[in-house]
Design a protein around this ligand. Structure first.
Ligand code: NAP
Length: 432
């Protein structure tokens, strides 16, 4: 019997477990560890609550968790409750699928002022992440500025713009819904440090902005190159640029504006005790397509700033780490230690991009330890003994099911669930 530990129960972790299960069948036990008693990582805490069809992928993960050789072991934090060296002693291979939950820093003066938050914090707040339950983003001013021209910036802008009615059918948490309902924000400015041809925004997500109840997107056609320059763009990007251009035709007849400000690089955040404005430098493209400052600056009023400029992985003691992710070669970190997903390659790609990652690493494991070969490691039994000796109480998938049932039973009208946002609340629900 082989024993494998997958650390992290987001998409990358589940695809890896699925691949290992397929490769080894009854000859392996695969334990998916998570610091929380609730699984799915990015699906629960990252994907926007109004994108329920994307969240439905968790049904596939349920099937993996329910297969005979796979166990979910929640409420265990690797690096705190158990070390990597101990896991490697207990398991034939350890695969880190810990995602990239931390906001990258902007690196400009003033970014620590009150009212400046990272998208990871804001997204965590409206998605019921316990670390951000008390974030209380300042929504009582009229100007929000979002820095970054990717899909996370679009998620944040859309969530700030939507009405209570538009959240029907979503699983946005109650505290965020109420706060957003009382929001005074009227202008949401999205700052892209490069131009419309360099956006990382995808067509479906951009298209949604044209159909909002109370907000209308606004662009300046002067930021765009001549129309014929769109022709050679890769089809997805061309579509995004076409949608952006189409915003120029929309009547500006709704109470909230969503302003796209391109070639605008934040150089400073200013305010008396809290954020009041972002100082932006006008840019142009350099020879390599990067943003080169022109020296011209201007101020964008801001009562709230959200940076949406990418994420980094949490370091784990004794695991080599650089550039916001684990140092690895095609997923291999060291003997029997691997990384998958955003912890392996950084925060890029869709949920599905994690699947080939997981399968590739599972293949490497299967080459090193062919199915049918035997190991003498203790796996989950040894891990549970070790955790017990430290007073750590792991949870399992049945516990998660109880939490899920309770969240479903507590759902307000029109929502699939009311997520519990406190670790204690999860544990109380399962009688701990
Ligand atoms: P992203 O796609 O990498 O976009 C990051 C943006 O931040 C880029 O526009 C980048 O500009 C900008 N940026 C980086 N550093 C900056 C700085 N110092 N100052 C100003 N701007 C800066 O990252 P993301 O939006 O966090 O998304 C992460 C991944 O999740 C992406 O693959 C995304 O597609 C995916 N995602 C998908 C969905 C969906 O499908 N619905 C939703 C959310 C996220 P440059 O290009 O100039 O570097």
């Amino acid at each position: 019997m082989r024993h494998f530990a997958v650390v992290g129960s987001g998409p990358a972790g589940f695809y890896t477990a699925e691949a290992l299960e397929k490769a080894y069948g009854a000859n392996a036990r695969i334990d998916i560890l998570d610091r929380y008693p609730v699984p799915y990582g990015l699906i629960r805490f990252g994907v926007a609550p109004d994108h329920q069809s994307l969240k439905a992928v968790s049904k596939r993960y349920d099937k993996v968790a329910e297969s005979a050789g796979v166990n979910f072991i929640g409420n265990v934090m690797v690096g705190r409750d158990v070390s990597i060296a101990e896991l490697l002693d207990l398991y034939d291979a350890v695969i880190l699928a810990t995602g990239a939950p931390h906001d990258r820093k902007l690196g400009v003066p003033g970014e620590d002022l009150a009212g400046v938050i990272g998208s990871g914090e804001f997204v965590g707040w409206y998605n019921g992440h316990p670390e951000y339950a008390d974030l209380d983003p300042f929504l009582l001013g009229s100007n929000a500025v979002i820095i970054g021209a990717g899909n996370v910036a679009l998620d944040c802008a859309r969530i700030l713009a939507k009405t209570r009615h538009e959240f029907e059918g979503s699983d946005i948490v109650g505290h965020a819904l109420d706060a957003l309902d009382n929001s005074a924000i009227r202008t949401i400015t999205i700052l892209g440090r490069r131009g419309p041809h360099q956006v990382a925004m995808t067509p479906k997500e951009l298209g949604e902005l044209g159909h909002l109840e109370a907000a209308v997107p606004e662009i300046d056609l002067g930021d765009f190159p001549p129309l014929e320059a769109d022709e050679p763009l890769e089809p997805g990007l061309r579509k995004s640029v076409t949608i952006l251009r189409s915003f120029a035709q929309l009547p500006q007849n709704k109470p909230k504006r969503m302003v796209f400000d391109f070639f605008a690089k934040p150089v400073r955040v200013e305010g008396d005790g809290r954020v009041e404005r972002v100082i932006v430098e006008r840019t142009e493209l350099d020879e390599k397509g990067g943003a080169r400052g022109t020296g011209e600056t201007y101020a964008v009023p801001a009562s709230l700033v959200i940076t949406a400029i990418g994420y980094s992985t949490s370091p784990i003691p004794d695991v080599p780490f650089a550039g916001g992710k684990f140092v690895n070669e095609q997923g291999r970190i060291a003997d029997r230690l691997y990384a998958v997903g955003w912890a392996r390659r950084g925060p890029t790609g869709t949920i599905g991009t994690n699947r080939p990652d997981g399968y590739e690493v599972a293949d490497q494991v299967a080459v090193a330890m062919p199915a049918g070969s035997c190991g003498d490691r203790q796996g989950a039994e040894g891990l549970k003994r070790l955790l017990q000796s430290r007073g750590v109480m792991p949870t399992d998938y049945d516990d998660w099911r109880k939490i899920e049932q309770s969240e479903t039973a507590n759902a307000r009208a029109g929502s699939p669930r009311e997520k519990f946002v406190r670790h204690e609340h999860w544990l109380q629900t399962i009688g701990r």
